[in-house]
Design a protein around this ligand. Sequence first.
Ligand SMILES: C[S@@+](CC[C@H](N)C(=O)[O-])C[C@H]1O[C@@H](n2cnc3c(N)ncnc32)[C@H](O)[C@@H]1O
Length: 330
Amino acid sequence: MKAVECIVKGKGDIGPYHQDCLASGICGSHINKTDFIQALSARIRALQWNPYSRRPLISDIRNDCLIVQDGIELCCLSKALGKSWIKVAMPEKVLAKWLARGTGDLDNVVARSLRKSFYNPIDHPAYRKAKIARRDSIRLDRIRQFLGPIGPGLCGLDIGCNMGYTSHHLQRQSFRMTGIDYDANHLAVAKALDATYGLDVRFQNCYFRQFQADQPFDIVVALTVLYHMFFRQEEQNIPECGRMDKIGALAKLDAMTRHALIWESGPDPQLEIDFIRSNSGLSDYYSLGPTQGTGKKRQLGVFLRPDTSFSDYLKKRHASNFAGRWDGGS
Ligand SMILES: C[S@@+](CC[C@H](N)C(=O)[O-])C[C@H]1O[C@@H](n2cnc3c(N)ncnc32)[C@H](O)[C@@H]1O
């Protein structure tokens, strides 16, 4: 996706995609990076001239993931051009599987709570026209591109998961996910979507300060929530868990994060970056670029522990891209 976006926008680095293709055998080692980029660019430009001549072909649905047999480049191109839905071709038995993903639980939750809109998109045709606060999935694309093909065997925690959008997507990438949010209405939607998607994210209705876990998580995701936790809720006296100042909350976050904290800021990114880097072991910071919240400017990035095999892997993966985006020491 990122590679297609680079071609469409004429900027960015296709290197990590070339590496993934080499590693997975999609392209042979005799194809160097320059030839690879040239061939890919030619195919994408040809599609741009005549994008919808042939619909992508879906051959199966596995664990709620559509398996694209042919036309993945057209899928990515459509997305890079800002489309959130496209027409595809699929055999009848696959269509039957797709339509069998029921929305009964979700319909009940929506009716009970008189909900008129959602924070994130719902990946089901019945909710294609629903009112959505954050429609784009740029954050997921960047996170996925940054992490690469890791996922199986790793676990993740999504703090302030709302309706579970990021948790569901990371579970599709094979992370074992836990999502927490203090808002029971949002969590009801998240749990109903587990049923629709056939996923099993463990959702828990609690404040971060109340949350207990036996083991740290390989990755922790905290998108537009730490600002609330550290700088807005600090003085709140939450009955079940008493008061915890922002240093205590960050210490707990630090202890729960084994490798990486994937983060999106509130209105003052630098305040949060400085606070996290100077008061926790997550002192390396890599920017994934600016984002738009609900109409507001935000910053997306990743905090890592220095000198671990995990951060070394990520640094190597993005070696050509790191200049100017990596802040690895105070
Ligand atoms: C702005 S929304 C972001 C939702 C989601 N992280 C995303 O970016 O798509 C913030 C969410 O964090 C939740 N939240 C805020 N403070 C929290 C806390 N201390 N513990 C758990 N959830 C919290 C809110 O209920 C809300 O669903």
